[in-house]
Design a protein around this ligand. Structure first.
Ligand code: NAP
Ligand code: HSE
Length: 428
């Protein structure tokens, strides 16, 4: 039977996994789609580079147009990353009627609507399961599994690199820079790992998940982003002492059509299942009005887990091809988004302040919070090691973001507050 020919843009960590799965699972795949799947041509930057996989040298090309213009190629798998040139390739491939499978969250978060519109015009599929949470089929779950429900909250660990770093810092007291290097060597980190550690990668994934989950036109700039570069070993130790773990959480919430989306290091109660999601693993909580609480867990990055999602998308595209129903996805983001203001966004907070160790200081701090109607769950004061100062640790009840911002401004202006050392959202 005539094989379905696939063009592969990129043969790095994920591309290598795609070749391994397509070749290694050929019989199972062919039985599902009714014909063999063949990797026809592969785009790389440098054909002479040593590879972790043996591949027919004839298939390698350094010219993307060899693949995009090849009439024999039906589907293009894009795993080269990047935005500008990659978008140009994908739009041109769609124009030529080729279906796209991609792992590129940068591209889908920024240009998803344009790419999906172009796909629909040309009756093509664009599938991007691997763009969020590696091997967890979370996009398919939101699109298909929860098509019947109204999603109210999506919360999760959606970046493997930062979870790997935070886990090693928490469990082994490892140094941040050293663990980041390990995550890069293991193929988890982005080409520029700043986007992992500064929370941008997670923000892009939360843009994609909330667009689908809330069926609204969410944009990357709607996400409030903070990464993990400011998380200290001291914060992690404090968190542990108080019964929390520090995790980089993406949180998207909806109440009466008002939404808020954020990515930030968060103190998660150790009793909450997400606190024990460690290493490169990701977990996504989805709350629906009807279904209640659900949780999805699995490897969030790496060669084979990510390639699993890619090849599943490939199977879906080829099945559609056989049925003649490509490009028939319903429009997902039909709602105009309405964002919550800081006054409408509420959560618990952890504050760590370094203050003058003298009478009345604790009372002054709690007075500032009381004036802003921030109610307190617990307060702890202790000496600062190696300093005449004291440290005050406050955990609030639910408080709105505007009041917390105002409190921090007020603290910074008080002479008895020598430093606002840490501020964390608290969950669980
Ligand atoms: P990678 O290891 O850096 O591989 C990139 C591949 O693309 C390389 O083979 C490179 O060629 C090729 N390439 C890059 N720019 C090119 C250009 N301008 N022209 C021709 N070839 C080019 O990246 P990766 O980790 O596999 O990630 C690929 C994509 O998947 C990214 O969008 C990433 O965000 C996404 N993703 C990655 C993971 C993960 O765990 N790594 C998980 C989910 C999603 P050479 O080999 O010749 O250098
Ligand atoms: N750099 C990403 C991560 C790859 O660490 O989660 C998976 O998208």
């Amino acid at each position: 039977m005539k094989p379905i020919k696939v063009g592969l843009l990129g043969l790095g960590t994920v591309g290598t996994g795609v070749v391994r799965i397509v070749e290694g699972h050929q019989e199972d795949l062919a039985s599902q789609v009714g014909s063999p799947i063949e990797i026809g041509k592969v785009l790389v930057q440098n054909k002479s580079k040593a590879r972790n996989i043996s591949i027919d040298a004839e298939k390698l090309t350094e010219d993307a147009w060899d693949i995009i213009r090849d009439p024999e190629i039906d589907v293009i798998v894009e795993v080269m990353g990047g935005i500008g040139l990659t978008k140009e390739y994908i739009l041109e491939a769609l124009e030529r009627g080729k279906h796209i499978v991609t792992a590129n969250k940068d591209l889908m978060a920024l240009h998803g609507p344009e790419i999906l519109a172009k796909a629909q015009q040309n009756r093509c599929d664009v599938m991007y399961e691997a763009s969020v949470a590696g091997g967890i089929p979370i996009i398919r779950t939101l699109v298909e599994g929860f098509s019947s429900d109204r999603i109210t909250k999506i919360m999760g660990i959606v970046n493997g690199t930062t979870n790997y770093i935070l886990t090693k810092m928490s469990q082994e007291g490892a140094a941040y820079a050293e663990v980041l290097k390990e995550a890069q060597e293991l193929g988890y980190a982005e080409a520029d790992p700043t986007s992992d550690v500064e929370g941008l990668d997670a923000a892009r994934k939360m843009t994609i998940l909330s667009t689908i989950g809330f069926r609204a036109n969410v944009a990357l700039e709607d996400v409030a982003v903070q990464g993990i570069s400011s998380v200290s070993k001291e914060d992690i130790l404090y968190a542990k002492r108080l019964g929390y773990e520090v995790k980089l959480l993406g949180i998207a919430e909806r109440q009466d059509d008002l939404i808020s989306i954020s990515v930030q290091p968060t103190m998660v109660k150790q009793s909450h299942p997400i606190a024990s999601v460690n290493g490169v693993f990701n977990a996504v909580y989805v709350y629906g009005e009807a279904v209640g609480e659900t949780m999805f867990y699995g490897a969030g990055a790496g060669e084979l887990p990510t390639a699993t999602s890619i090849v599943s998308d490939l199977v879906a595209v080829i099945k559609n091809l056989k049925l003649g129903v490509n490009g028939k996805q319903a429009s997902l983001a039909y709602k105009e988004k309405k964002l919550k203001t800081d006054e409408q966004i509420s959560s618990k907070y952890f504050l760590l302040l370094q203050v003058a160790d003298r009478a009345g200081v604790l009372a002054r701090i709690t007075q500032v919070l009381a004036e802003l109607e921030v109610s307190l769950e617990s307060v702890l004061q202790q000496p600062t090691p190696g300093s005449p100062d004291a440290e005050i640790i406050v955990i609030t009840h639910d408080a709105n973001r505007a009041s917390i911002k105002q409190a921090l401004e007020t603290f910074k202006a008080l002479d008895v507050v020598h430093q606002v050392k840490s501020v964390y959202r608290v969950e669980g």
